[in-house]
Every structure is written in structure tokens, then in C-alpha cells.
Ligand binder design. Structure first.
Ligand code: SAM
Length: 354
């Protein structure tokens, strides 16, 4: 690590931001020693805000039908090899029931953009989960919809929404998505969700095809403006049945470095150590926590459908039962000196409402 890199980390630690040029030098010139220093500083901010707690979210992947054709995604509509499934409302409630008994207090209902689930269906499901578990938060992650839909689900009790912005550069966005999808609409959705009152999660894949360091810096500045409550990042991993099958996967190394930078730029943000990070490196999630992450999202989907929600090749935990995932995750978190917290794990600016 040279003096400039150390000074850049110190400046990020103190000011929470950095100009484009020193940020680029920090990212492009990174080495192991700089990463260790960055992670040490990131852990200071992590502990100030979250102690040694790691929040749990139970992920329920309730449909892999999708109307979209994103070039990177294994459940894109034109993937004929994807075996499609939809959970019923009863299945979803049973997953929550089981998750509750395992100590989960947040349920994330994620799926492709499956229009068979109407606004009314999702309202009913959200309110059924909330009435069965009033002390839990419900997070939705079902892609781009109208402001009216988002409002209806919020009114039905949904607390949070995850919608990665994917890339903050519109030209890069166009290289990753079919032409009917637009960056403007993605961003419109994010601002509508914030305005309605959701706790919002944004984020991007690391080393998605055609991504440059400049794009990543644009992402960081975009996130500064949006001020989301959660930032989900994970490496891009190719899927064999997509147009990006031959593109190289992102690395755990750069993903971890960016987690460290994010923790310094956003001391209070919820930062998951993602499944994609655990897929690219068997200890990726533990390393993610040591780089500043403070959330994990074990899978609560029924074992029978897990192997069908394949966004990328090699996804981990597709054969486990929810209870196994929970114990495995707890052991992993303890192995690096942290504890799982059984609570809703709200973003700091929402905590007083509990
Ligand atoms: N349909 C919803 C949406 O668009 O937000 C939620 C599901 S979508 C599959 C969830 C996230 O998976 C995307 O935001 C994307 O970043 C990530 N993802 C998809 N394909 C991926 C891949 N090949 N490698 C890594 N992450 C991927």
C-alpha cells in the first residue's frame, strides 16, 4: 500500500466521500494490504452502528416466471431450459411460519416479474403475512411496477422493497437489458418507492459485462444521491443459458473491496453479504462481514423449488432445508466473531418506529 492509498482510505473514513480521481486510483491500484486497512476501518464504522450484530432476512423465492429478458439472468423469459414454478399463498405462509420458528423477523418475497401475481394477490399475501406475524417486516422484490402498485402493497403492510439499480450509467444499462427496459424507469421506480415510504434497497452487480471502474464510481455517486437504506452488491456470475454465458465472473476480491468502500461511504446502511458472494468464494459471506457487511439472507424457499431459482450457475444452498441454512449461517457468523440478531433489523432511520 502506498501513501496515497492509505490517505484515500483515511479520507473516506473521515469524510465519507472522495473525489472521482482518488477513488479510481484507490480501486484500480488496490492490493491486499490496502484491502486489509480498508476493512479494518470499515469494521470500525460497522461496530459503531451495529455492534457485533448481523441481521437475518429469510428469502422466499416465490416465482421464477419473468416477463423480462435481462441478458445476464438465468430466469429471463427466453430461457426455455428454466423449469418454471410459482408458490401458492399457502406455500408462502408456510415458509414464513417455519422461518418465524427459526428466529426470522424479516421475510423477503422475491420473484421474477410474474404478472400472474396481480396487485390484489400481492396485497392479500402481504397482509396475510403481516397478520400472522405482526412483529415481522415484509420486504418485496418483484421488479418494476407502477407507483400505484407500490402504493397498494405499502398500504397492505409491506415495509421494504429491494430493487437494484443494476448500473447507474444509462448506456451501460442498455448493454445489459433488452430495449424495452429503460434506466429511466428503473430509477423512477426507486424514487417512487422512497417517496411512498418504503425502506429501499438498491445495488449493482460487480464486474457485470462491460463494467468499468468509472461505472462503479458512478454507481457510488448515484447511491449517495439516492440514499437507500440497503445496498445489495454481488459478483456477476454467468448462467449457461443466457447470452452472457461466456463472460467472465466477477471476483470476490473486488466485491469485498467495494463492500469496504460502501461501509465507509454509508456507515449506517444495511449491507448484505450476498449469496452470489458465497457462491464465488466458499467463505465469501464471512469475508463480506469482515469487510463491513451486516446482513445475511438465508433461503427459506421450499427445498423442492430452490434448484429452480437459478439466476446464475453454481448457486449455493439449493439442496438444503431452511433449518439447515439457519444453523449453517449462525455457525458461519460466529466463526468470524459476530452474532445473529433476532429482530426486524430495520435501517437506522426507521428504528424509532418499532
Ligand atoms: N425481478 C426482481 C428485480 O428485477 O429486481 C427481483 C429478482 S432479480 C432476479 C434479483 C437480482 O438478481 C437482480 O437485481 C440482479 O442484480 C441479480 N442477478 C440476476 N442475474 C445475475 C447473475 N447472472 N449474476 C449475479 N446476479 C444476478
Amino acid at each position: 500500500m502506498d501513501g496515497n492509498a492509505r490517505a484515500a482510505v483515511d479520507a473516506l473514513f473521515e469524510a465519507g466521500t472522495l473525489e472521482r480521481e482518488p477513488l479510481r486510483e484507490l480501486i484500480d491500484g488496490r492490493d491486499g494490504e490496502t484491502a486489509d486497512y480498508l476493512f479494518e476501518k470499515a469494521r470500525v464504522r460497522q461496530r459503531e452502528n451495529f455492534g457485533n450484530s448481523v441481521y437475518l432476512r429469510g428469502l422466499i423465492e416465490f416465482t421464477n416466471y419473468c416477463r423480462n429478458d435481462c441478458l445476464y439472468c438465468g430466469i429471463r423469459r427466453s430461457n426455455r431450459n428454466c423449469e418454471r414454478y410459482r408458490l401458492t399463498e399457502e406455500d408462502i405462509l408456510a415458509c414464513c411460519e417455519q422461518g418465524y420458528a427459526l428466529g426470522f423477523r424479516t421475510f423477503v418475497l422475491q420473484g421474477g416479474e410474474d404478472m400472474r401475481f396481480t396487485d390484489g394477490d400481492l396485497c392479500r399475501i402481504v397482509s396475510a403475512v403481516k397478520s400472522a406475524h405482526p412483529d415481522c417486516a415484509v420486504t418485496l422484490s418483484v421488479g418494476e411496477r407502477s407507483r400505484e402498485s407500490y402504493q397498494a402493497w405499502f398500504d397492505a403492510g409491506a415495509d421494504r422493497y429491494l430493487l437494484r439499480h443494476e448500473t447507474a450509467d444509462p448506456a451501460h444499462y442498455a448493454l445489459l437489458h433488452p430495449k424495452e427496459l429503460s434506466w429511466d424507469n428503473r430509477v423512477r421506480c426507486l424514487y417512487d418507492l422512497k417517496d411512498i415510504g418504503y425502506q429501499v434497497g438498491a445495488g449493482m452487480m460487480v464486474q457485470a459485462p462491460y463494467q468499468t471502474t468509472d461505472h462503479l464510481i458512478t454507481d457510488l455517486y448515484f447511491l449517495r444521491e439516492l440514499r437507500p437504506d440497503m445496498i445489495g452488491i454481488g459478483p456477476f456470475i454467468p448462467h449457461k443459458d443466457t447470452p452472457f454465458r461466456d463472460k467472465p465472473a466477477g471476483t470476490a476480491e473486488l466485491t469485498l473491496f467495494l463492500l469496504g468502500i460502501l461501509r465507509l461511504m454509508f456507515p449506517q446502511v444495511l449491507l448484505p453479504a450476498t449469496t452470489a458472494l458465497g457462491t464465488i468464494d466458499p467463505r465469501g459471506r464471512e469475508k463480506g462481514i469482515l469487510a463491513g457487511a451486516n446482513v445475511v439472507m438465508p433461503n427459506l424457499s421450499p427445498a423442492g423449488v430452490r434448484g429452480k431459482y437459478l439466476l446464475y450457475d453454481g448457486k449455493i444452498c439449493t439442496g438444503d432445508e431452511a433449518a439447515e441454512c439457519r444453523v449453517c449461517m449462525q455457525n458461519r457468523i460466529r466463526s468470524v466473531g459476530y452474532e445473529v440478531e433476532v429482530s426486524r433489523g430495520d435501517a437506522p432511520r426507521f428504528r424509532r418506529q418499532n
